[in-house]
Design a protein around this ligand. Structure first.
Ligand SMILES: Nc1ncnc2c1ncn2[C@@H]1O[C@H](COP(=O)(O)OP(=O)(O)OP(=O)(O)O)[C@@H](O)[C@H]1O
Length: 718
């Protein structure tokens, strides 16, 4: 039976296709499903035509409607066809004629390249290279190494002509996708071994069969990272209706390898820069675990904010169809989980959670009562980063506690007074029926220690900001067995001032840790700009705080404009320009809810909402839009609340000196020098997080003096 499969290149263009064209795709798929091979080739409506003067007679076109054509790979044997692109008639014909298909000898995957354009431009680059004083870009790699990574003879010839990364950017979109990635990784400084692990090893996992260079039927089945086989029209309809949901169907080989590994002997970790699909991998891992769950077993899937809980819930709904299976997953913030455990305890007391701004004044009061003369900020941090972090329950434990990581001096003689003040603080809370969130987590961990774990697996997203008390709770939530913890996080996105490493918590992921490098969200231009904010700043790993993380090989295959920057004289003028920018996006066809506006402070967000509304643009705060169903409003929220989210267009406003870094969020160096450094880094990461939420367009503005982060990193001209 013939069938029409779908190439990832088609999905990438899908959001731009109008509904009638998508319907045409569905009808075409239906024909492939219904007709015999002979009928297909004869069908006058479909016109499965080969093209004159084409590079490859296997590349044909089909009619989608009067104006649109599909470009199809139609192998000479087998009956699986692949829809590569849907384009307007003339463009489709021109594009189709230039493409050539092949089967990669190493990865065994089907590849498509723009052979005509590559042939046309390569001689010119060969000439440039001969006279260029620069060393060739891949000079240090032998032909043997490159071939072992799947670089074929044609690409090898082209790669050998390149002298710099700019030239590679010219060739890259024309090359077969895997080979393009191999060259990008090597050009970015990755080793042959790293690239092999990233690209070749996962592809080889999919097959052990010997290669027949003409057996497209088998090769198509093996190209799961780029070619989707759809078995039912409902499934295709669902895919066509959710054009941004390609992640459900296609996983990059490195993503698939992590998510669908049969089993991990202990905790496993996936890291990677923003937009590399860590959340996607976490969701697929949940799907995999659900497929192997024993009777009565359950999964806990956690993240950081309620907005992200909602996103995970809808992600899981689209990935796992069976509602009964989905019911075996509890999705919650870690704090939400802690509250539930505590509330379910037989002698549970209903304690109100303490708000952050209340905490410091309570520390002030406790210090006054005991006569401690240091600052309330010092006490709050000592409690958070030493006492709660180490789960200390007595003066004796505190007296022998390791204060490494704290940059403030405290003599042995001072510890009893600090401890007494901490006891005064907690007693005050208990009298008032209140508890900090971290205390709730600590209490929940204690209860689970008594009662035993509630889950078979725990999957943690946005892991980089969790506090040791939260980790202890998660550790207690599942028994220490294979596949107990699956952890996704990015240390470049730490925005809450803790620098906890898994190693220090006794969670060992060595040998079970994978880094993702390909960004699926933003354009390369936006990424390059945003990553410059962090370049040269050491970022401690999630796994081990004594080792630094890098963004080596981190890149996007998407291209577009870089960020638009705007310096305003006053805040009022800045908000006027924001309105103009949002209007321009709307006029270009971007839906209101696809636009996110982010600022450092709530008050700036409130002003932006008011300003947009006054100008007739629907706008709502992130939280309100979620609860009131304001689906047709521009989303406005603080940079903290933007964590983990994404929008087609993002405006980051108020990037001023005084806002980033915000002095109240940064511990003064004389109170704690190390915490000062950590807080400064968090502020910098906050700007990075906000900017990396953008898919197509990023706009950054400030009034008065710009943030020193923008100036120091050289991303704005001053
Ligand atoms: N294999 C894939 N194919 C297509 N799209 C993908 C793929 N993997 C991820 N994406 C898309 O890329 C975007 C980013 O994915 P995701 O949110 O999982 O990344 P992340 O690493 O968790 O990001 P962040 O750390 O910034 O929160 C999403 O729109 C997702 O649908």
């Amino acid at each position: 039976m013939p069938q029409l499969a779908f190439d990832i290149g088609f999905f990438a263009e899908l959001p731009k296709l109008q509904p009638p064209v998508r319907k045409g795709v569905l009808d075409a798929w239906d024909k492939f499903d219904r007709l015999t091979l002979d009928q297909l080739f004869k069908d006058q409506g479909l016109k499965l035509e080969s093209l004159k003067n084409a590079e490859d007679q296997q590349i044909r076109t089909i009619r989608i409607d009067q104006f649109w054509r599909g470009v199809v790979l139609a192998p000479p044997s087998g009956d699986t066809f692949v829809l590569l692109r849907v384009m307007q008639h003339d463009k489709a014909i021109a594009w189709a004629k230039k493409q050539k298909s092949s089967i990669n000898q190493v990865t065994r995957a089907v590849e498509i390249r723009d052979a005509a354009t590559l042939d046309a431009i390569t001689p010119a680059y060969e000439q440039i290279a001969e006279t260029s004083p620069k060393e060739r870009l891949f000079a240090k790699f032998s032909d043997g190494d490159l071939k072992a990574l799947g670089i074929d003879d044609e690409t090898l010839r082209q790669a050998r002509t390149l002298v710099d990364k700019e030239q590679l950017e010219v060739f890259a979109p024309l090359l077969p996708q895997d080979q393009r990635e191999v060259l990008h990784f090597l050009a970015d400084g990755c080793t042959v071994e790293e690239v092999w692990q990233e690209i070749v090893a996962p592809a080889l996992q999919a097959t052990t069969q010997p290669l027949d260079a003409m057996d497209y039927e088998t090769a198509i089945q093996h190209t799961r990272a780029r070619i989707a086989l759809v078995t039912a029209s409902e499934e295709l309809r669902d895919i066509l209706e959710k054009p941004f949901a390609a992640w459900r169907v296609f996983l990059h080989p490195s993503q698939r390898k992590v998510a669908y590994r049969a089993s991990y002997s202990g905790p496993a970790q996936v890291t990677g820069g923003p937009g590399t699909g860590k959340t996607v991998v976490a969701l697929h891992r949940v799907k995999h675990l659900l497929g192997h769950l024993r009777d009565g077993d359950r999964i806990l899937l956690t993240t950081y904010t309620n907005a992200l809980v909602n996103a995970l819930r809808s992600g899981l709904e689209s990935l796992v169809e069976d509602p009964e299976l989905r019911d075996r997953v509890d999705i919650s913030t870690v704090d939400g989980f802690a509250s539930r455990v505590v509330a379910e305890a037989p002698d549970a007391l209903a304690l109100r959670p303490l708000m952050n701004n209340e905490e410091e004044s309570r520390w002030g009061k406790a210090a006054k009562a005991t006569g401690f003369t240091g600052s309330a900020q010092f006490l709050a941090q000592e409690y958070r980063h030493v006492i709660l972090a180490q789960g200390i329950r007595s003066l004796a434990e505190y007296e022998s506690a390791d204060r490494r990581g704290r940059g403030s001096r405290l003599s042995a003689g001072e510890r009893p007074l600090v401890w007494e003040t901490a006891e005064r603080f907690t007693a005050g809370l208990a009298e008032d029926g209140a508890r900090t969130w971290l205390q709730t987590c600590a209490e929940a961990a204690r209860l689970l220690e008594e009662k035993g774990p509630q889950y078979r697996h725990v999957v943690v997203d946005e892991a980089q900001d969790l506090h040791p008390a939260q980790w202890r709770l998660l550790r207690m939530a599942a028994p220490a067995r294979p596949d107990d913890l699956f952890i996704a996080g990015d240390p470049h996105q730490r925005i809450y001032g803790s620098k906890v490493s898994l190693k220090s918590l006794g969670i060992k992921v060595t040998g079970r840790s994978v880094k993702l490098r390909k960004n699926y969200r933003s354009t390369q231009e936006i990424l390059r700009w945003a990553t410059a904010l962090l370049i040269g700043r050491p970022i401690a790993q999630l796994e081990d705080e004594n080792r630094n993380e890098t963004l080596l090989g981190y890149r996007s295959a998407l291209h577009g404009d870089g960020p638009a920057l705007h310096a305003a004289e006053t805040e009022e003028a800045e908000l006027d320009t924001l309105v103009a920018q949002v209007r321009a996006w709307r006029e270009a066809g971007v839906g209101a809810a696809e636009i996110g506006v982010s600022a450092r402070f709530n008050k700036t967000c409130a002003k932006a909402i008011a300003h947009l509304k006054d100008a007739g643009v629907p706008a709502a705060s992130l939280r309100a839009a979620d609860t009131t169903g304001g689906s047709e409003a521009v989303r406005v929220g603080t940079m903290h609340s933007f964590k983990g989210l994404e929008f087609r267009c993002v405006a980051v406003i108020g990037a001023n000196d005084g806002a980033l870094p915000f002095s109240k969020a940064v511990t003064p160096p004389d109170i704690d020098s190390q915490q000062h450094e950590t807080d400064m880094m968090s502020e910098r990461c906050l700007l990075f997080v906000a900017c990396t939420r953008a898919r197509d367009s990023l706009y950054v503005s400030w009034s008065g003096e710009p943030s020193p982060f923008l100036v120091e990193s050289g991303v704005i001209a001053v």
